[in-house]
Design a protein around this ligand. Sequence first.
Ligand code: C5P
Ligand code: MG
Length: 199
Amino acid sequence: MLPEVVFVLGAPGAGKGTQCSFIAKEYDFVHLSAGDLLREERQRPGSEYGEMIEEKIRNGQIVPVEVTCSLIHKAMMNSGKSRFLIDGFPRNKDNLEGWERAMSDKTKLLFILFFECSRDLCTERCLGRGAAGSGRSDDNLESLQKRFNTYLHDTMPIIKHYDRKGLVRKINAEVCPEDVFDCVKKVFREAGLEKRIAN
Ligand code: C5P
Ligand code: MG
C-alpha cells in the first residue's frame, strides 16, 4: 500500500501547526512541517543550505523544492509510518512540480486541508507568537508582509489548482482551536479516517 498524504495549507498564522498536532495525537498520522524541517536543516552543523534557508525564511520566500522535498522524503522514510500530514507544502508551483516529479507516484494524496483565516487575525496571531518568544526570525511585521505576499501570489494558485480537482477541504480557522478541530474531525470522518484505537 502506498503511503497516504494530506497536505495542510493556509496563511501564516492560520493554525496549521496547532491543528496538525491535535490530529497527530488522535489519528494515525505523522505531522511533518516543511517549515520545521527547513529550520532544523538550517541549524544542522555542516549543512550546505543553512544560510540560503535563513535568507529565504526571513524574506518569506520559498526554498527550492529539491531541498524541501528531500527533507520531507527523508522524514517519511525515517518515521517507519504510512500516513502523513505535510504541513506548509506545496507552497508554490516549484514545490508542486517537484513533488509531482519525485513523489506523486510513490504516495497517495488523500486531500488538502485548507485553513481559512483573515489576514488581520493571522498577523495578530504571528505577532503574538513572536512576542511570546517563538524565537522565529520571521514573526515580525516586515517578514509577515513578505510571507503574506508569497501566500497570496504563490500559494493561493496551488490551493485553486487542487480545488479544481475537488481535493480541497476548507475549514474556518477564525474560531478557537477546539472548534476548528471539530471541523477537522468532521472532514476526517467523511474521508473514512478513524481515530487511532487506544491500546
Ligand atoms: O510554514 P512556516 O510558516 O513554518 O514556514 C516558514 C517559512 O519556511 C516560509 O515562510 C518559507 O520561507 C519557508 N518554507 C519554504 N517552503 C515550504 C514551507 C516553508 O520555503 N514548503
Ligand atoms: Mg507552522
